[in-house]
Write a protein that binds this ligand. Structure first.
Ligand code: CUA
Length: 309
């Protein structure tokens, strides 16, 4: 997996930003070297020496003033043009219909694909080699969507959708984070962007669209009943069951995802069980309360949720 860096752009959008940063950095470094060099030169060359009187006093010099006004003006104009071009490449106007609508929640990400109807959480799949128009929304407070390798960062604002473009040159998995402080678990608001070949992406989309399979007997069946009898379905949705709420992540294909609790743990059986036992211990402050399930109930629920491939 790629590790959250601005120095390894993997899309035309991120490369445009990276190149602007490099060119601007070189210009700033040159200005620093020239200005600091001139100060050092002046300190050495013009210092007072034993036996010298006051130097000749000069007030105003049109040529010097013109030079030190014109050069910064030209630099600002050059930076403006470069920024303008970068904005055109990295942040074009949004498509009329977004490819993905991503909503920031305290403290997880919901991804909806309006064209297919897929709904998922914390693991955003995209086809590689295609620019995607993303609409960003918030369910509660300000968050900030950031996957530095494939696009710019953008704040999610309640009641005011923002738009960005993301793209991945090739199949690769990227780590994304929330980069705007948004409460207790801001630090655990990670997500993955999984760029795949168009065929793999299509297969993923098809798999996500199938309703959850109903387990046929055993502990998982009891877990399914438990899920629907307790408060689980007040917050979560599982396509193919009576659970349709959208407060917490959609769990229809939870077991197919790699991370748990927006990145706080790897998604495996042991971690899932710990989570169900007491989410507050795994991710203090998370909106999911501790239901104080018995060991038997924990096994049943874990068995059921593991079937949600
Ligand atoms: Cu969401 Cu920080």
């Amino acid at each position: 997996m790629n590790a959250l860096t601005v120095f390894d752009p993997q899309s035309p959008q991120a490369r445009a930003i990276f190149h602007l940063a490099i060119v601007a950095g070189i210009i700033f470094a040159a200005i620093f070297v020239i200005v600091a060099g001139m100060i050092v030169y002046a300190l050495m060359r013009c210092r007072w020496r034993e036996g010298e009187g006051d130097p000749k006093q000069i007030a105003g010099n049109k040529t010097v003033e013109l030079v030190w006004t014109t050069i910064p003006c030209l630099i600002v104009v050059a930076l403006f043009i470069l920024s303008w071009k970068t904005m055109g490449a990295a942040d074009p106007p949004p498509a009329p219909e977004p490819d993905i609508v991503i909503t920031g929640h305290q403290w997880w990400w919901e991804a909806r694909y309006p064209k297919s109807g897929v709904v998922t959480a914390n693991e955003i799949h995209i086809p590689a080699g295609k620019a995607l128009s993303i609409r960003l929304e918030s369910a509660d407070v300000l968050h900030e969507f950031w996957v530095p390798e494939i696009g710019r960062k953008m704040t999610t604002v309640p009641g005011h959708p923002n738009n960005i473009w993301i793209e991945s040159d090739h199949p690769m998995t990227y780590l994304g984070v929330c980069s705007e402080f948004c409460g207790t678990e801001h630090a655990w608001m990670h997500f993955l962007v999984v760029a795949e070949t168009p065929e793999q992406f299509q297969a993923w989309e098809q798999a996500q669209l199938t309703p959850a399979k109903t387990p046929t007997g055993g502990s998982a069946t009891l877990g399914r009943a438990l899920f629907q009898q307790t408060s689980c379905m007040n917050c979560h949705a599982i396509n193919g069951t009576a659970a349709t709420a959208g407060v917490g992540p959609d769990l229809t294909h939870f077991a197919s995802r790699r991370i748990l609790g927006a990145g706080v743990a790897e998604n495996n059986r042991a971690n899932l069980r710990s989570w169900l036992k007491n989410p507050q211990e795994v991710k203090p402050g998370v909106k999911m309360p501790n239901y104080k399930f018995t060991e038997t109930e924990l096994t049943q629920l874990t068995d059921y949720i593991e079937t949600l491939q």
